[in-house]
Design a binder for this molecule. Structure first.
Ligand SMILES: Cc1cc2nc3c(=O)[nH]c(=O)nc-3n(C[C@H](O)[C@H](O)[C@H](O)COP(=O)(O)O)c2cc1C
Length: 203
């Protein structure tokens, strides 16, 4: 999908969603998209980060990843979010960022973005689907076009079968339980393909 600009926007405390964002970027690049991987700014107090060695290490390892800005949202034709489940909802860091998009929304700059989302949780039924739907609520208000994967490829059945977006379970050691790499890449390709159709139709 030449010319499709994709922002992969992630939040991650301990690396899972960072890895999923990288796979999404790889899948979209294979499909020919122009891709940026961007992190949602951290808002937690440093003391909270320091209290969890895995969180602290991840923040340090990803210090060089650019933080998402409103200009990135305006630039993108397509957006893939990758965010962990927090009590069946989006992390506060993500909500904080979404709540800065009012000006873009007011000026119609978020309408017709093609979006999809991915998530992770510690439990197999710990709220993954609800987290994706919570995020998609905001996408509907944006006037974005949600390109959920549905069951558009057999690979989706091999990794938990979540039609709302790829989701993965993370064990006590922070390791992914299901192998979702191919599913993430399929979702990324589908998102930029749909964005290409929308873009072409607009020209
Ligand atoms: C405040 C908080 C709330 C969480 N809520 C849930 C939950 O409702 N269900 C669940 O299965 N896991 C929950 N988790 C576990 C996270 O979803 C898990 O650590 C995350 O998916 C790992 O992603 P990351 O490595 O990208 O940070 C919670 C974690 C935190 C810190």
């Amino acid at each position: 999908m030449e010319n499709v600009k994709l922002a992969v926007i992630y939040y991650s405390s301990t690396g899972t969603n960072y890895q999923m964002a990288q796979w999404a970027a790889d899948g979209a690049k294979e499909a020919g998209a122009d891709v940026k991987v961007l992190k949602v700014p951290e808002t937690a107090p440093q003391a909270a980060i320091d209290s969890n060695p895995a969180w602290k290490a991840h923040v340090e390892e990803t210090a060089a990843v650019p933080e998402v800005t409103l200009a990135d949202l305006e630039w993108a034709d397509a957006i893939i979010f990758s965010i962990p489940t927090r009590f069946g909802n989006v992390p506060g860091q993500v909500k904080q960022f979404l709540d800065t998009t009012g000006g873009l929304w007011f000026n119609g700059k978020l309408a017709n973005k093609v979006v999809s989302a991915m998530t992770s949780a510690q439990n197999a039924h710990g709220g993954q689907e609800q987290t994706l739907l919570s995020l998609y609520t905001t996408m509907h208000h944006w006037g974005a076009l949600v390109a959920s994967p549905g069951y558009t490829d057999p690979v989706i059945f091999s990794s938990g079968g979540n039609p709302y977006g790829t989701s993965v379970t993370v064990d006590q050691n922070g390791k992914m339980v299901e192998d979702v790499e191919a599913t993430v890449k399929h979702q990324a390709k589908r998102t930029v393909t749909v964005a290409g159709w929308v873009k072409q139709g607009n020209q």
